[in-house]
Write a new protein. Structure first.
Length: 339
């Protein structure tokens, strides 16, 4: 029996650096980024800061570390922070927001998939209570919202949420791991989605295809402190320009994410025609409800179609290493056992 070629929809983190990235990495100008500042790393950080409309930025090995650094800087031990139910900082970072940053998480219920209202922020922030009350100091936003299927918060809604945070004395951190996807889906520059935030984290190793790296950004004062926290967490790298060079190539390809979005819509359409209960994707993530999640995932693996679980559904993530032809082949395989 012929082995089926694997089709990997588990995550946009499975992308592999292509020849252009590998060449950039092999020729990168480097220095010790801990002792001084690697020149290629510096170029990356300055470019990302410009794209996000903030003063400064800092490369970190992962988005989880970027989020943790921001929360560590913003929170005092015992401070409560707000985030949407299912947010990555609540459910997918091993509790480091509480364990290391010392924050008390408080989930906000969705008004629409992955989104909550300004009134929910105001209500959760609450008025000052007695001295032993929880002190709420931070709002964490996520754009796109992973667990909701890559849903997008547009600039007007973002502005209202930031305004509600300011009214109630909260700082704002934006987990923008897939902010590039949101910007492409909306047809706006990334900086339009960061207005008013204190800090933002963006990922370069997902849809943009770099092998390693995210960036956490904000004011120059924040980044100076973030550099100290990164070192504390073991995130300082030496000749980091080798990795930054791949990230710079990825930034040249932001517009390519539109192809992933188109492929996601095609996969969703095909699965719907096969009788699957599919949420219409806004970006590159397709969520499908099934009667038995584990049985379905096992069946897909037997077909050479690799997906993952998310919020009780099957999650397919489209990325630059999955083509339109791969989507058609996945649908053919699934259809061969669904008919």
């Amino acid at each position: 029996m012929t082995q089926l070629a694997p089709l990997d929809f588990r995550s946009d983190t499975v992308t592999r650096p292509d020849e252009a990235m590998r060449l950039a990495m092999s020729t990168a100008v480097v220095a010790d980024d801990v002792l001084e500042h690697d020149p290629t790393m510096l170029a990356l950080e300055e470019r990302v800061a410009d794209l996000l409309g903030v003063e400064a930025a800092l490369w970190v090995p992962s988005g989880s570390m970027g989020n943790l650094i921001a929360l560590t800087v913003h929170l005092r031990p015992g401070d409560r922070f707000l985030a949407a139910r299912g947010a990555h900082v609540l459910d997918n970072e091993l509790g480091t927001a509480a364990w290391i940053a010392g924050g008390m998480p408080h989930p906000l219920e969705w008004d629409a998939p992955g989104r909550f209202t300004p009134d929910a922020v105001r209500a959760a922030a609450g008025a000052d209570g007695p001295y032993y009350s929880l002190r709420t100091t931070l709002l964490c936003l996520e754009n796109t919202h992973n667990a909701a299927g890559g849903t997008v918060t547009p600039p007007d809604e973002h502005a209202l949420l930031v305004s509600a945070a300011r009214e109630t004395g909260l700082k704002v951190h934006l987990d923008g791991a897939r902010l590039w996807n949101a910007a492409v889906a909306l047809g706006v520059p990334p900086a339009a989605l960061t207005v008013g935030v204190d800090t933002v984290q963006v990922c370069l190793s997902k849809g943009l295809g770099a092998p390693v790296g995210s960036v956490v950004a904000g004011t120059s004062a924040f980044v100076a402190e973030a550099r100290r926290v990164r070192k504390m967490l073991g995130g300082g790298v030496r000749q980091g320009g080798v990795l930054a060079a791949a990230c710079l190539v990825g930034l040249d390809r932001i517009d390519d994410l539109a192809t992933d979005h188109a492929n996601a819509r095609e996969l969703a359409r095909g699965l719907t025609e096969l009788g699957w209960q599919v949420v219409e994707p806004e970006t590159n993530i397709v969520l499908a409800g099934v009667p038995d999640l584990e049985i379905t995932l096992t069946g897909l693996r037997h077909l050479g179609v690799f997906a993952g679980p998310m919020a009780g559904k099957v999650r397919f993530v489209l990325h630059r290493d999955v083509t339109a032809a791969d989507v058609a082949e996945a649908l053919r395989r699934i259809g061969s056992v669904s008919s």
